[in-house]
Design a binder for this molecule. Structure first.
Ligand code: NAP
Ligand code: F7E
Length: 324
């Protein structure tokens, strides 16, 4: 019998990569959309005849109960969230409803309808925020710096709590930033690769960015979804940091991306305070030793190669005239 997996957030970056990976592993893949008529399908268009799509919303417990009753999944991957940090400052309550309480709703639906299913929660390095140590591992205390980070801390601990209280096989993956050509255009890596491609093709002349000094541990999204799956194949549920261990500043990201296109970034990049955040996460660097030892997971794509892939993909896309 084929294993059935439910992916919330299937139309997002990670959802689309995870769906591909699970199909390759022979799974029957069920994806959740909150508003099918408004969804932009560009990341999953090529998968549409191989997956089953359902309408449900993390804001609505009944919709999640109906979903799990219908699918009776073996594995549930909760990737849906309001995931953009600046939007969480603009809409902190909505972010809490979706990114924090949404996890509790899905766990509760799981407990009621599919208690044997294995559950993955998409936790985030943003929980470390104002970091207490470098690098960060599974034991590093949290100090979130945005409503998004605060909401993810709730999602993380409610997942741990359902594991400890009800014996659910619930895991939380503390993933550091991961990127690729399917990243939303508002996130800095994709904003830069898109900006470089526009400048190279003569469609723009400048790129306005915020804090160039922030440092992140950037990995490649297709590598990271394998770690999610591996967590649910273990004998015991647990929580894992997933990261490359290498960090770069936004300035280094910019230098690397402009040089892929043979451009001098100093001629085009302008710092615009509009993109500064009320509170910043200055530095994230992960220690994924546990994932390496217990899951046998390691990243396969370097930062430089990832930036190259992203710039080349945006050049091709804009030459075709596609919007995203
Ligand atoms: P993403 O591209 O923003 O995708 C998130 C998805 O969630 C979107 O498809 C969105 O649907 C859906 N969604 C939003 N609100 C919803 C609701 N109320 N009900 C149901 N679905 C809803 O995010 P991602 O980069 O793939 O990240 C996946 C998950 O990992 C997120 O939880 C994110 O917070 C977390 N995470 C990401 C990273 C990273 O670096 N990418 C690192 C750590 C953790 P629409 O298409 O309708 O907007
Ligand atoms: O910002 C700086 C910005 O928006 C990275 C989400 O997937 O990863 C992501 O959150 C850094 C920040 O990602 C611009 O200030 C400078 O320091 O790409 P980002 P993020 O905030 O790290 C974590 C792990 C998640 O879980 C989240 O869901 O880049 N930066 N200039 C800028 N950032 C943006 N977006 N735009 C700029 O113009």
């Amino acid at each position: 019998m084929r294993k059935r997996a439910v992916i919330t957030g299937i139309a997002g970056q990670d959802g689309s990569h995870l769906a591909e990976w699970l199909l390759e592993q022979g799974y029957e893949v069920h994806g959740v959309l909150r508003r099918p008529l408004n969804t932009r399908f560009w990341r999953i268009e090529h998968l549409r005849d191989r997956i089953t799509l359902h309408q449900a919303d993390l804001l609505d417990l009944a919709s999640l109960i109906h979903l799990l009753r219908e699918v009776q999944p073996h594995e549930i991957y909760n990737l849906a969230a309001q995931s953009f940090v600046p939007a969480s400052f603009a809409a902190p309550v909505l972010t809490g409803e979706v990114t924090a309480l949404g996890v509790a709703r899905l766990l509760e639906a799981t407990r009621l309808v599919a208690p044997e299913a294995r559950f993955y929660q998409a936790s985030s390095s943003e929980m470390f925020g104002k970091v207490r140590e470098v690098p960060q591992n599974e034991r590093t205390p949290f100090h979130p710096r945005s409503p998004y980070g605060v909401a993810k801390v709730y999602g993380h601990f409610i997942t741990v709590n359902y594991r400890e209280s009800y014996g659910l096989f619930a895991c939380s993956g503390i993933l550091f930033n991961h990127e690729g050509p399917r990243r939303g255009l508002e996130f800095v890596t994709r904003k830069v690769s898109d900006g470089v491609a526009r400048i190279k093709l003569g469609l723009a002349d400048e790129l306005r960015l915020g804090n160039l000094e922030a440092q992140r541990d950037w990995g490649y999204a297709p590598d990271y979804v394998r770690a999610m799956w591996r967590m649910l194949q273990q004998d015991e549920p647990s929580d894992y940091v997933v990261a490359t261990g290498v960090c770069h500043s936004v300035r280094e990201l910019v230098e690397t991306a402009f040089s892929v296109a043979g451009l001098d970034w100093r001629r085009h990049v302008r710092v615009d305070p509009a993109f500064y955040r009320p509170a910043e996460v200055d530095l994230l660097q992960g220690d994924a030793s546990r994932a390496r030892q217990e899951l046998g997971w390691r990243p396969e794509t370097s930062f430089e190669r990832m930036v190259e892939i992203m710039v080349e993909a945006d050049l091709e896309r804009l030459r075709r005239g596609d919007v995203v």
